[in-house]
Design a protein around this ligand. Structure first.
Ligand code: UGA
Length: 442
């Protein structure tokens, strides 16, 4: 089977490269000529661990090729994946412009039986609409439209693709379902469950998965605040509840609020769709509100470590991406938090291992440092926003010696009270406070 993928962004490029790794012949098609040229040379346009090696290996072997724009070569494709962006519109719904234009571009080239697969996260009913669109453009074409949502995470996308918890196929014909099962057979042989459901169930499942995970994060963030006030330790609470298989121990790390290209947009899109169906998801509406408030609460927390007045103070920031192992800045909490600190009169100096190029235009008033230790130099307070591994390895006594003040605000609980106080730092983690009469056995 020959596979074409329209859109070589996160999902498209990772999927295409991994399908080549599974043994298929793949063509990735993108409209950005510069991006295509880069990928042909084996350079990944995104930072994603493990992707470069696969791109070079399969580019050299010929299993993976790149083309700029849809053309007649699409006629030989048996499976065409649509993996373009579905960003958030101003009113909160998913913007399907890129999906419809991709489908309009491929329609003239459909030749022989072809399965068109929506990998982009699309609202409920989109597969039906796309099927009708292709039918109107090409009444003669022999095709099916399927849903095959992706569940990979940035930063571990290759591993998530190759070892997923499940593969979800939304199909309404046996023929299409069979082809997709054949495609994923190499994963089925590794005991990955390949599930076939209706197209609508697949569409909704993708939103339900992301909003559920977002809900888990907001839940633990609220329990974190409560732990702090009550004198509990959120890590202990999370560990205790996570051992219950019905709850699970993943996604129970408190932080500055979820960000990224998926959770904020998918939470918003599900809220929008649910209202359209007159079946509001009030729980998820609350998650959205909690997450927005969370980011602003982090501003107060950092300011609080300096007594509330930030005029003339210098704040160092460790990490600005929405999570480690990615250069993605989309909806990162830093984009809300850093300008708010600057608006309160602070000078903000930041460092991120790979995110600074993307961050610079988004955070123009921030001073960018060459390394993590530079962030500490002259700072009254340093706040850790993203849990990059290299921050854990920092020598805190050396870092403290460079500072003007002594406050360390840890929004990911990377450090510990003991480590910080041994370095002479006043430590402000989240979800815990140490009492002088704390007799726990930790
Ligand atoms: C998310 C989902 O996890 C993927 O399954 C999904 O495929 C993807 O969206 C998508 O729809 O494309 P991603 O956005 O890459 O993946 O990142 P996550 O690892 O889910 O993290 C999202 C945010 O939640 C980050 O800001 C992270 O710091 C935060 N988070 C995560 C926490 O604050 N606490 C946690 O315990 C876990």
């Amino acid at each position: 089977m020959k596979i074409s993928i329209i859109g070589a962004g996160y999902v498209g490029l990772v999927s295409g490269t991994c399908f080549a790794e599974l043994g298929w012949n793949v063509t990735c098609i993108d409209n950005d000529a510069k991006r295509v040229e880069q990928m042909r040379k084996g350079i990944t346009p995104i930072y994603e661990p493990g992707l470069d090696d696969l791109l070079v290996r399969h580019g050299n072997s010929g299993a993976l090729s790149f083309r700029c724009g849809a053309d007649a070569s699409l006629a030989s494709a048996d499976l065409i994946f649509i993996a373009v962006g579905t960003p958030m519109s101003d009113d909160g719904q998913a913007d399907l412009t890129q999906v419809t234009s991709a489908v309009t571009e491929i329609a003239p080239y459909l030749d022989g039986y072809t399965v068109v697969i929506l990998k982009s996260t699309v609202p409920i009913g989109t597969n039906d609409q796309i099927e009708a669109l292709i039918r109107s453009l090409r009444p003669d074409a022999d095709f099916d439209v399927c849903s095959n949502p992706e569940f990979l995470r940035e930063g571990s996308a290759v591993q998530d693709f190759m070892q997923p918890d499940r593969v979800l196929i939304g199909a309404n014909t046996e023929k299409a379902s069979k082809m997709l099962r054949h495609l994923y057979q190499p994963l089925a042989m590794r005991d990955v469950p390949i599930m076939t459901v209706s197209r609508i169930s697949a569409e909704l499942a993708k939103y339900a998965a992301n909003t559920f995970l977002a809900m888990k994060i907001s839940f633990i963030n609220e329990i974190s605040d409560l732990s702090e006030k009550a004198g509990a330790d959120v890590a202990e609470v999370a560990m205790a509840i996570g051992k219950d298989h019905r709850i699970g121990d993943k996604f129970l790390h408190p932080g500055p609020g979820y960000g990224g290209s998926c959770f904020p947009k998918d939470v918003s899109a599900l809220i929008y769709q649910a209202r359209q169906f007159n079946s509001p998801v009030t729980l998820i509406e609350q998650v959205q509100a909690i997450n927005s408030a969370r980011k602003l609460a982090m501003v107060d927390r950092i300011a609080g470590a300096l007594g509330g007045d930030l005029k003339g103070r210098t704040i160092g920031i460790l990490g600005v991406t929405f999570k480690p192992n990615t250069d993605d800045m989309r909806d990162a909490p830093s984009v809300t938090i850093l300008p708010a600190l600057i608006a309160m009169g602070a000078t903000v100096r930041a460092y991120d291992p790979v995110g600074m190029n993307n961050a610079r235009p988004m955070l123009p008033d921030v001073e960018w440092m060459a390394g993590p230790m530079e962030v500490f130099r002259g700072a009254d307070c340093v706040a850790l926003l993203t849990e990059w591994g290299e921050f854990n390895a920092l020598d805190l006594p050396d870092a403290r010696a460079l500072m003007h003040g002594d406050a360390l605000v840890d929004l990911r609980n990377v450090y510990s009270h003991d480590r910080a106080s041994e370095a002479g730092l006043r430590y402000f983690p989240i979800g815990t406070r140490r009492h002088s009469d704390d007799h726990t056995t930790r």
